[in-house]
Design a protein around this ligand. Structure first.
Ligand code: ZN
Length: 332
C-alpha cells in the first residue's frame, strides 16, 4: 500500500481511486476553506499584517526573563530544576550553508520551521519525559511521535517536509531556521522550541507533525493557539495573526495537496484551537502546528510515505506562509 517511489507523481492511480471521495469533498468542504483565498485576497491577515511590531514587543518582554547561558548542544540536562531553561540557540540550526536568496518577496522575513519530535527521542525516553513548564501546567519535554504501521517515523517525516520547505522559502528570499535538524540526540523540549521562534523574532513559525489517530480517521488539520494567559504563557497578542497564518496554510494545503480537512477533529474546517500545547502557549510570535495526515490510517500513510506527496505538502504549507507574510495584497 505504501507508495515510496521517489519523484513520481501519484495522481493517476490516486485520482481514480479517490475520485468519488474527491467529488464528495468538493461538495462537503466548507465554503470557508475555499473562501479563505477570497478572504485572504480581500482582507489579508488583518491585524496579522502588523504582527512585526507586536511580536517584537512581546518578544522583548518575554526575553526580559533571564536567558540561560548557552549549553553545549546535546549535553544531557544540566540537572537543574525542571523549569530551568536549556540554551536554545546552539541547537537552532542556522540558515543553510548555501545561504538565503539575496532577493525575493520574503527578503528580510524570518521563518522558523519546527520539525516535530526528533528521530533520537526514542533512545532518550528519560530525558524527553522530563516535565517542563508550559505556562498553564507542566508537561513532558517532548514525545517520540508516531509512525506508520510499516515503521516510517513521524520524526523522519517532519524533517523531510521541513527540508523541502526550507528550500522553497529560501528561494523566496526568507531567512529560515529549523528548531532541530536531527543534529542533537533528542528534543528540543517544547518550551525551547517556542523560545527558538521567539528569540529569532520570527515573522511566522510552523510546527510540522503527522497524527497518530485511529484507522479511518483521515485528513489534515492546522492547530491554532487559543487565548491563554497563565504563568509564562500569554498568547493574546498572537491569537489573531496565528489564525490568519493558519487559515492561509490550510487553504493552500488543500489547494496544493488536494487533501481534505480532518474527518475526526475540527468539524470539517481543518482548523482546531488548543490551549494545551507548550509550543503554542509559550510563543510570542505567530505560530501554528499542522498535522499533515494520520500515519495510522493506511490511505493517509500511503500519502505521507510518498516523496512526491511530501513535496506537495511542503509547497502547500510554504505557500500559506508566503501568502501570510506578503500580506493583504497577495493573491493567495
Ligand atoms: Zn507530532
Amino acid at each position: 500500500m505504501s507508495y515510496t517511489g521517489p519523484g513520481f507523481d501519484p495522481p493517476p492511480p490516486r485520482r481514480s481511486r479517490r475520485g468519488p471521495l474527491t467529488v464528495a469533498l468538493a461538495a462537503l468542504v466548507p465554503g470557508a476553506l475555499l473562501g479563505w483565498a477570497v478572504y485572504a485576497a480581500v482582507d489579508g491577515p488583518g491585524d496579522g499584517g502588523g504582527s512585526g511590531s507586536a511580536s517584537a514587543e512581546a518578544s522583548a518582554s518575554a526575553s526580559s526573563r533571564a536567558p540561560a547561558p548557552p549549553s553545549s548542544p546535546g549535553a544531557p540536562p544540566s540537572g537543574g530544576p525542571a523549569g530551568g531553561e536549556p540554551g536554545a540557540s546552539p541547537s537552532a540550526t542556522s540558515p543553510s550553508a548555501s545561504g538565503p536568496a539575496a532577493s525575493g518577496p520574503l527578503k528580510g522575513k524570518v521563518v522558523v520551521i519546527d520539525p516535530g519530535h526528533n528521530p533520537g527521542n526514542v533512545r532518550h525516553t528519560a530525558e524527553i519525559n522530563r516535565q517542563v513548564d508550559i505556562g498553564t501546567h507542566r508537561k513532558e519535554c517532548d514525545t517520540t511521535g508516531t509512525a506508520t504501521d510499516d515503521g516510517y517515523a513521524e520524526a523522519e517525516f517532519t524533517l523531510d517536509v521541513a527540508h523541502r520547505m526550507r528550500a522553497l522559502l529560501e528561494r523566496q528570499g526568507a531567512t529560515v531556521t529549523l528548531t532541530q535538524d536531527a543534529d542533537r540526540p533528542f528534543g528540543p523540549c517544547v518550551d525551547e522550541r517556542a523560545r527558538i521562534g521567539n528569540r529569532a523574532e520570527a515573522d511566522a513559525v510552523v510546527s510540522i507533525h503527522a497524527d497518530g489517530s485511529g484507522a479511518g480517521n483521515r485528513g489534515f488539520h492546522v492547530i491554532l493557539p487559543g487565548a491563554v494567559r497563565s504563568g509564562a504563557a500569554d498568547t493574546r497578542a498572537i491569537v489573531g495573526p496565528s489564525r490568519a497564518l493558519g487559515e492561509r496554510v490550510a487553504g493552500n494545503f488543500v489547494r496544493v495537496t488536494g487533501s481534505a480537512p480532518s474527518n475526526y477533529v475540527g468539524g470539517g474546517t481543518g482548523l482546531v484551537t488548543r490551549e494545551d500545547l507548550g509550543g503554542l502557549n509559550l510563543s510570542t510570535v505567530p505560530k501554528v502546528f499542522i498535522e499533515c495526515g494520520n500515519m495510522r490510517d493506511s490511505k493517509d500513510a500511503a500519502l505521507l510515505t510518498s516523496g512526491a506527496w511530501r513535496q506537495k505538502a511542503a509547497r502547500g504549507i510554504s505557500d500559506g506562509i508566503v501568502s501570510f507574510l506578503r500580506g493583504p495584497g497577495s493573491a493567495r
